[in-house]
Write a protein that binds this ligand. Structure first.
Ligand SMILES: C[S@@+](CC[C@H](N)C(=O)[O-])C[C@H]1O[C@@H](n2cnc3c(N)ncnc32)[C@H](O)[C@@H]1O
Length: 272
């Protein structure tokens, strides 16, 4: 399996779909990716567009990515501290917060918040670990060591991004006249996985923006997300992905719905 750059364990991360997203991005002939609901940054990190605009409404994510741009060594040293903590977690018997305070590692509030967000996002799906866990999850230490091993490449990629912290409506207003390709991976309607989720009215606003958009776009959603599929209607095409985290013997594949205005994007694939 191809190795991708990853910085976080994030619910709804799009690793299996990256080849499809890349294919459609190149069909769009755009050189500018706008990752409207950027999340862990997986798509922005791996599409390698000439220009990338990463956006998310969650300020914790924005702080991580902007600090990678302005002070990558601080982020790297924080990852080493987290690695030290998780490596001895069973013996520590204290929470990460208590451990940090005990070590007196960061005495300013914004650094403490930053390292705690990095800890949450690299070890437990942004704090949603209790509601979202996968069976064959690699150990925390292995995951963080991998990030450190790829940190230079991650830093290089993030360095050239434009980072925005806008609600999606404002982001579209700002970039509407650009030559952009908009990629959208909105929060699922049925699961409160993120610090920010969308309401029915938000989905309706998103639909009216997309269906009147002149720029190329691609939106993916879970085909089983009845509310979202009910609002957006029949997708351009669907794809089935084998769920490698599912219980053995149980058919537990994920079916993804793709909405796009790019001609030919669904050719040779299952139409609904
Ligand atoms: C499904 S996740 C994106 C996952 C991402 N594609 C990845 O691979 O990691 C949806 C993201 O939308 C963000 N979000 C929620 N409401 C938003 C809004 N109104 N405007 C912009 N982003 C929003 C959430 O903070 C969350 O990170």
């Amino acid at each position: 399996m191809k190795m991708y750059l990853r910085l976080m364990k994030y619910p709804g991360s799009k690793t299996v779909m990256l080849p499809e997203i890349k294919r459609i991005f190149s069909l769009s002939r755009s050189n500018m990716l706008i990752d409207v609901f950027g999340g862990s940054g997986l798509v922005s990190l791996n599409l390698r567009a000439e220009k990338t605009v990463y956006n998310d409404i969650d300020v914790k994510l924005i702080n991580i990515f902007t600090t990678i741009q302005t002070n990558p060594l601080l982020i790297k040293s924080m990852l080493y501290e987290i690695l030290k903590f998780v490596g001895a977690e069973d013996r520590n018997r204290v929470s990460f917060h208590e451990w940090l305070l005990g070590k007196n590692l960061h005495n300013n509030r914004s650094e403490l918040d930053l390292i705690e967000s990095i800890y949450q996002y690299t070890t437990g799906f942004g704090g949603m670990g209790s509601t979202y866990a996968t069976r064959n999850e690699k150990s925390k230490a292995t995951f963080i060591s991998k990030i450190l091993g790829n940190f230079w490449e991650i830093q290089q990629a993030v360095h050239s991004w434009t980072i925005e912290n806008l609600d999606f409506r404002k982001l579209f207003e700002k970039y509407l006249s650009s030559e952009a390709f908009f990629y959208l991976d909105p929060p699922y309607s049925e699961r409160a996985w993120y610090n920010y989720n969308l309401t029915r009215n938000d989905y309706l606003d998103l639909k009216s923006i997309l269906f009147n958009l002149d720029c190329p776009y691609l939106m993916n959603a879970d085909f089983m997300d009845r509310e979202l599929v009910g609002i957006f209607g029949k997708p351009e095409f669907i794809r089935r992905y084998v769920n490698e985290n599912g219980k053995p013997g149980r058919v537990n594949d994920r079916i993804k719905a793709f909405y796009t205005n790019i001609p030919g994007a669904g050719e040779n694939l299952s139409k609904t």
